[in-house]
Design a protein around this ligand. Structure first.
Ligand code: FES
Length: 112
């Protein structure tokens, strides 16, 4: 397996709307499944650094459960205040096919 890919969870652990905290290479990440796609975003909101876990997910965005900032799951961009910055680490995720069909993998993507 390439160094750029990491198996981080089994598909059986993720269902629609499910969120999961992971730590990977020192980064704290929130995994989400939404409308059949998988996303990995910074665990902490850029507003007051509280965790995004438990935030509602709708129309491709997660809403921070503390003060309501919204972030795009695809690119981490701020969609609603009060967050001042985009999320700084967004990973691209893909299902891990073939021999490990139960798993999925992530590849570090561009920082925003
Ligand atoms: S901590 Fe997320 S909006 Fe304040």
């Amino acid at each position: 397996m390439s160094d750029n890919y990491h198996i981080v969870a089994a598909l059986s652990e993720m269902s629609e709307g499910h969120q999961m905290y992971i730590e990977l290479d020192g980064e704290e990440i929130l995994l989400c499944q939404h409308e059949g796609e998988y996303f990995a975003i910074n665990y902490f909101c850029s507003h007051a650094e509280f965790g995004l876990e438990g935030g509602s997910i709708r129309d491709g965005c997660i809403t921070c459960p503390y003060h309501g900032a919204e972030f795009c799951l695809k690119d981490g961009s701020v969609q609603a205040p009060p967050a001042p910055f985009h999320l700084c680490a967004v990973l691209r995720c893909a299902r891990f096919a073939s021999q490990a069909s139960r798993g999925w993998r992530s590849q570090p993507g561009s920082r925003v």
